[in-house]
Design a binder for this molecule. Structure first.
Ligand SMILES: [Zn+2]
Length: 280
């Protein structure tokens, strides 16, 4: 099993270091960290998709003007998962599975670029994203135009088996046992991390949007710049659940550093280190 760390989206919000903790100018830089997994017997597996070809070509109405402006999204075709899969010498049809942490516009935009893939997601997330979407944030985060072309949904209930003290959903339909969903509600009710057992026996947990900033993991005291704190609060569906799960992840990242690497979607430094094979 080989894991590639891809950036499938670039946001440059006004606020600079208030969002990424390091930019010197007025604009910050956030990424959409996705995984491409080459498996031995199950084809290619994507974890999340970032923005897709249709988002790049016609952002409206797939992503709302408000959120495009707030995040100052930069749409580049080269960022899309499909173009990066092709650059590695594969075709879209080689991607047989997509495991989605959740279905926000910045994670689900590329689903339609892989029509042969089964999309694995918590059933609650699917229902919330494709249902009535009550409220301003719900209508802006879940975008029907990105989802209505997806046919091969695979939904899962929250019950599961223990994984380092978390509940996990094992036996995803058609996927090897080394890939699990780890429900982490708070950002959305159906939000989940994706755990992958690597060939060396260590686990990689892609925690999606359960946290946004490197300083929120691997140290006892949480650190997160103000802009990113505010954005996390804006997008949370349940503050208590989100903070509780973030604390549990933080404890995991410290106490089980030997066995589990935890990374999130939007931190550019984590992504760079993963791409370089350096410790987080
Ligand atoms: Zn996100």
């Amino acid at each position: 099993m080989r894991i590639h760390h891809l950036n499938c989206g670039t946001d440059c919000p006004v606020g600079g270091a208030l969002f990424d903790g390091r930019s010197l100018g007025p604009l910050g830089k956030l990424v959409c960290h996705c995984l491409l997994i080459e498996t031995d017997a199950h084809g290619l597996v994507l974890v999340d998709t970032g923005y897709g070809l249709k988002d790049v070509a016609h952002p409206h109405p797939r992503i709302t003007r408000k959120w495009r402006a707030m995040l100052n999204i930069r749409f580049y075709e080269r960022d899309t998962a499909i173009r990066q899969v092709e650059a590695l010498g594969y075709r879209a049809s080689d991607v047989r599975h997509i495991v989605a942490t959740h279905l926000d516009f910045d994670h689900a935009g590329g689903l339609e670029d892989f029509p042969n893939a089964a999309v694995h997601v918590m059933q609650r997330e699917h229902d919330d994203a494709t249902g009535p979407r009550a409220g301003v944030v719900a209508r802006n985060r879940w975008r029907p135009a990105q989802l209505d072309g997806v046919e091969r949904w695979r939904g899962y209930g929250a019950r599961g088996e223990p994984w380092f003290g978390f509940d996990a959903v094992r036996d995803l339909d058609g996927l090897p046992p080394e890939i699990l969903l780890v429900p982490l509600p708070g950002h959305t009710w159906g939000h989940a991390g994706v755990a992958i057992r690597r060939d060396d026996g260590r686990w990689l947990l892609h925690a999606g949007d359960a946290y946004f900033y490197r300083g929120e993991m691997r140290q006892a005291r949480r650190r997160c710049p103000a802009g990113l704190r505010a954005y996390q609060r804006l997008m949370e569906i349940d503050a208590d659940k989100r903070m509780r799960n973030q604390e549990r992840l933080r404890a995991l990242s410290i106490e089980r550093r030997d066995a589990v690497t935890v990374t999130c979607t939007h931190d550019p430094v984590e992504l760079e280190r993963c791409q370089q094979g350096r410790p987080l």
